[in-house]
Design a protein around this ligand. Structure first.
Ligand code: BES
Ligand code: ZN
Ligand code: ZN
Length: 509
């Protein structure tokens, strides 16, 4: 889709539809664009507001034809809700809602009016419009042999500013918004693909191709190499499947090490059946999205390469299936992980933490200043936080505080759970260094407590600053949202890209 930033009057643009976002319970202001247009329409908008047909409630959409009153054939009014309740994410929402309406009507090009909203910069608003718009037109239809034609219809989104103030900033942010949204859509595409299609090998092929296209360094460890390295936790999970595992390394900007190195580790279970601790069959098909963490990392690496962030970032993606078979891992088995620590397997369904344990301890090779991992790790996180917040736990208050801030900005909110050392009791094993399940209480926390055991030391002997993101509840949508459709959400891309952008600013202080 083409995104263009233009200066001028919105009613004069050569587009099929114009989108006007309006706050609830506010009179049309004289001399405003909406008022000007309303005059051309003979007071139609005012009339609709008076009759209560358009109230401006958040995400309310009313579309009508202009019948030649202005050059665009359609106008879409969309509600922003009450001004004093406004959040930046509402821009993504109204953008998504109005783009869906435009698509339904069959429009090719639409223009959105960019107005100032007190307390928010017009460039951040532009970015949000672009993100919401591009995220909302995404559709996973590669297995539909009959495509919905209207879906491919929308070709252009124009952002219209009435004066030339801030035009350059707006253009810059619109570009950032585009990069972030398209990278999120890439992550959604990977996570949405069925497990017969996106095996660990194919995921690695995707990563390699991405690295080639965007100038990243890429290493892919195949089974022999994984064996040689003694990543036995990853191998343990993989041993039940006929598909060989892969360990994917994507590296961006090694030369930027002086500004800091961050390792991002993402769980990529291309299908989680539970293994011998087999899951119930209901909704098991959704477990193809157990690769959402790894998919998000691939999206993040693409975005930061295009954004040229002045940091050194390494993405680690352990990838395997988790299946039951005659050779599968069994409850009671003991594995010696890459770190040397031994793990007693209680449930083969707690496999994400096993493959991440090896990735997190492997991160030591890059001497990171911080490690962030992201995973659809626990069903317990869905119970605790539902689908509106990603769980965050870690050992570093500054990283967690920054991530919370970033969550608000990016529209991908996080909520912290405690990681007190008392929880370690639950994962003590009688026969090994640690066990992979801590019972039913505080399942998300004991998952993180397990990962914590595998953190490398910093040069000074302290543990590497780290945060863990549990996206089990946020990586998949069962209902259509204002700008995210059913299926994989690509969660983590917007959050982590913004985090890395802000981390640079904070670490400069
Ligand atoms: N992939 C699942 C977690 C999950 C559940 C993600 C639901 C998304 C939706 C993970 O591998 C798993 O099965 N975890 C177990 C851990 C338990 C055995 C300690 C769980 O949550 O039941
Ligand atoms: Zn599992
Ligand atoms: Zn899993």
């Amino acid at each position: 889709m083409e995104i263009e930033v233009k200066e001028g009057y919105i009613e004069k643009q050569g587009v099929d539809g114009i989108i006007l976002a309006i706050f609830e319970k506010e009179k049309l202001q004289s001399k405003s664009a909406v008022m000007r247009i309303d005059n051309l329409l003979g007071g139609l908008i005012k009339d609709m507001v008076k009759r209560g047909e358009f109230k401006g409630k958040l995400n309310q959409v009313v579309a009508f034809t202009t019948r030649g009153a202005i050059s665009a054939r359609h106008i879409i009014l969309v509600g922003l809700g009450k001004r004093d309740e406004f959040k930046l994410d509402y821009i993504r929402q109204v953008s998504g809602k109005s783009m869906s309406e435009a698509t339904k009507i069959g429009m090719k090009r639409v223009a959105i009016l960019l107005e100032d909203i007190k307390g928010f910069s017009v460039d951040s608003i532009s970015r949000a419009y672009v993100e919401g718009g591009l995220l909302s037109v995404y559709k996973f239809d590669r297995y539909k042999t009959e495509k919905d034609e209207k879906r491919d219809g929308l070709k252009g989104l124009w952002l219209i500013r009435e004066d030339e103030r801030d035009l350059e900033k707006i253009e810059k942010e619109a570009r950032i918004g585009r990069i972030i949204a398209e990278s999120t859509n890439l992550a959604r595409d990977l996570a949405n693909q069925p497990a017969n299609e996106l095996t660990p090998t194919r995921l690695a092929d995707n990563a390699r191709r991405l690295a080639r296209d965007y100038g990243l360094d890429c290493k892919i460890f195949v089974e022999d190499k994984i064996k040689k390295l003694k990543m036995n936790a990853l191998l343990g999970v993989a041993q039940g499947s006929d598909e060989p595992p892969r360990f994917i390394i994507l590296e961006y900007n090694r030369k930027g090490r002086k500004n800091g190195t961050i390792v991002l580790a993402g769980k990529a279970i291309t299908f989680d059946s539970g293994g011998i601790s087999l899951k119930p069959s209901e909704k098991m098909e959704e477990m193809k999205y157990d690769k959402s963490g790894g998919s998000a990392i691939i999206g993040v690496m693409r975005a930061i390469a295009l954004l040229r962030l002045p940091l050194h970032v390494v993405g680690l993606i352990p990838a395997t299936e988790n299946l039951p078979s005659g050779s599968a891992l069994k409850p009671g088995d003991v594995l010696k992980s890459f770190s040397g620590k031994t793990i007693e397997i209680i449930s083969t369904d707690a496999e994400g933490r096993l493959i991440l344990a090896d990735a997190i301890s492997y991160a030591a090779r890059f001497k990171p200043d911080a490690i962030i991992d992201i995973a659809t790790l626990t069903g317990a996180c869905v119970i605790a936080l539902g689908h509106n917040a990603t769980g965050i736990l870690g050992n570093d208050d500054r990283i967690i505080a920054l991530m919370k801030e970033t969550g608000e900005k990016s529209g991908e909110r996080v909520w912290e759970l405690p990681l007190w050392k008392e929880y370690d009791e639950q994962i003590k094993s009688d026969i090994a260094d640690v066990k992979n399940v801590g019972g039913r209480p505080a399942g998300t926390i004991t998952g993180a407590a397990f990962l914590k055991k595998f953190l490398p030391d910093l040069a000074g002997g302290e543990k590497t600053p780290w945060a863990h993101l549990d996206i089990a509840g946020t990586a998949w949508k069962e209902k259509e949202g204002p700008y995210l459709s059913k299926g994989a959400t690509g969660v983590g891309v917007r959050l982590l890209v913004q985090f890395l952008m802000d981390y640079i600013d904070v670490s400069k202080l």
